[in-house]
Design a protein. Structure first.
Length: 124
């Protein structure tokens, strides 16, 4: 594993919420192309997963989080006011996905689910 991949993977493993590629690029001693290339590699190898979020303040970003080989992916809530992510836990849609596959005759390889709104702290 290259130094860049290890560094990026370490950051993703320690982060409690998804990290945008642009944030990683700002905080690392590697050029932006290296960061993006290595994020794509880590995702292709199953060490990371990503989703695209459209945010009124930050624009459109792709966010990455660590994915343990023994762990199922997680779903997220994004607060539109404080821009914090809240982990909704592991995926609970396994049975529903199987039902859709049977009903519609397709095969689902992956899915993305996140919610946006206002968190409890910002509501009060």
């Amino acid at each position: 594993m290259t130094k860049a991949r290890k560094t990026i993977m370490d950051i993703l493993m320690k982060s409690e919420e998804p990290v945008s590629a642009s944030t990683l690029a700002k905080d690392l001693p590697f050029d932006q192309a290296t960061v993006y290339r290595n994020l794509h590699y880590l995702e292709d190898q199953g060490f990371a997963e990503s989703f695209i979020l459209h945010c009124s303040e930050h624009g459109t970003e792709r966010y990455y989080s660590y994915r343990n080989a023994n762990d199922v992916h997680h779903h997220w809530f994004h607060c539109e006011m404080c821009h914090r992510f809240i982990d909704l836990g592991h995926c609970a849609y396994g049975q529903q996905l199987k039902e859709w596959e049977q009903s519609y005759g397709f095969t689902i390889h992956e899915h993305t689910f996140f919610l946006t709104g206002v968190c409890a702290d910002c509501k009060s």
